[in-house]
Design a protein. Structure first.
Length: 124
């Protein structure tokens, strides 16, 4: 997996993981610097504070979701609303349905699929 906008160090700093065998419904909110990686199935909202990252892995399925973080990286399937305050990246086989608001850098890799209303504005 080749990332354009996110460093390997940022991925290594992720401190919360939803395992590939897990099915989780609910709300995950943090006001501090945080990172979460979803490897399994998730339904609900993930809203993180400053210096945050949400990473949706290749085989992950995220439905009826609201994702909000500084950086959002999608390699799997996401259906819902995504807000990326600094950067949004869709990798290879990513499939995003719904709405994406990116307030900064945007990278869509070849092979990624976007069935989404996309809004991009410069970062502040």
């Amino acid at each position: 997996m080749m990332l354009s906008l996110v460093s390997r160090d940022a991925l290594a700093s992720i401190d919360t993981v939803i395992d590939a065998s897990a099915r989780v419904s609910g709300n995950f909110h943090s006001t501090g610097a945080a990172g979460i990686r979803v490897d399994g199935r998730f339904k609900g909202s993930i809203c993180l504070g400053p210096d945050s990252i949400v990473f949706i892995s290749k085989d992950a399925v995220v439905e009826d979701a609201e994702l909000c973080a500084d950086v959002v990286v999608v390699a799997g399937y996401v259906q819902g609303k995504v807000t990326a305050r600094k950067a949004f990246e869709a990798i290879d086989a990513a499939h995003v349905r719904g709405a994406v608001e990116c307030q900064g850098r945007l990278c869509l890799h070849p092979g990624s699929k976007m069935d989404a209303l996309l809004s991009v504005s410069p970062s502040h």
